[in-house]
Design a protein around this ligand. Sequence first.
Ligand SMILES: CC(C)(COP(=O)(O)OP(=O)(O)OC[C@H]1O[C@@H](n2cnc3c(N)ncnc32)[C@H](O)[C@@H]1OP(=O)(O)O)[C@@H](O)C(=O)NCCC(=O)NCCS
Length: 211
Amino acid sequence: MLVSCSLRRSFVLTHSIDQSSAANAAVTFDFHFRSLVPADGGALHALVAACQPLDANSLYCNLLQCSHFGSTSIGAFNPSNCLVGSITGYRIPERAETLFVWQVAVHPAMRGRRLGSDMLHRLVQSLNSCSATDSGAPPVRYIETSITLGNEASIRLFAGFAKACATPISRSVLFDKTEHFASTHDTEYLFRIGPLQSESFDEITSTGEIS
Ligand SMILES: CC(C)(COP(=O)(O)OP(=O)(O)OC[C@H]1O[C@@H](n2cnc3c(N)ncnc32)[C@H](O)[C@@H]1OP(=O)(O)O)[C@@H](O)C(=O)NCCC(=O)NCCS
């Protein structure tokens, strides 16, 4: 399988999470990935606050994400057990085969090392592994998320995932700047990826162009 079932992955980083080490000093981090639990709520709240342009939610909302949606979310923890990356998501109630990705956050000091992409692959893989065994939930066949057009890193992250899975990615308006946000927020576009095939995780091929 392309995406390892292992919950650990080593990174060679050029600076530490608190950026206190000398610039460009190589530091090897061994990250640990797992679902989110209520005790992660405070760390998630702080991470999201450090990851503009994400909307900051209330701590209560983050606690609910880590409770009710913890199993459809993932966190990346450094060796000091600090949360340095997260994806929060949930299965859309009427369409349980669709995972809605609510927010992706990678600490600014950890970006550009494919941590965001890695978490997305691991999350989908773990959900499909669980559903195949004991959860009774259907496999995730579609991923949806909303992105503003100025967020190039996020668009590239999801386009790259679609490409890796050799499946289409489409775009439409989800919440309009004028109609839904009273001009206080840019239009949120719905990006929909799928269908995902089980063999999507066996090899990387093809073209996930945004249509
Ligand atoms: C978006 C975000 C999660 C990406 O995390 P990351 O770990 O740095 O991303 P990756 O290293 O996995 O890179 C994924 C893709 O984005 C591209 N990318 C990463 N940072 C980028 C940037 N600043 N500008 C443009 N492209 C960027 C990478 O080149 C890669 O594209 P590729 O596969 O075509 O090479 C991170 O930048 C972040 O937390 N941003 C703030 C919060 C946010 O906007 N979240 C997304 C909306 S929910």
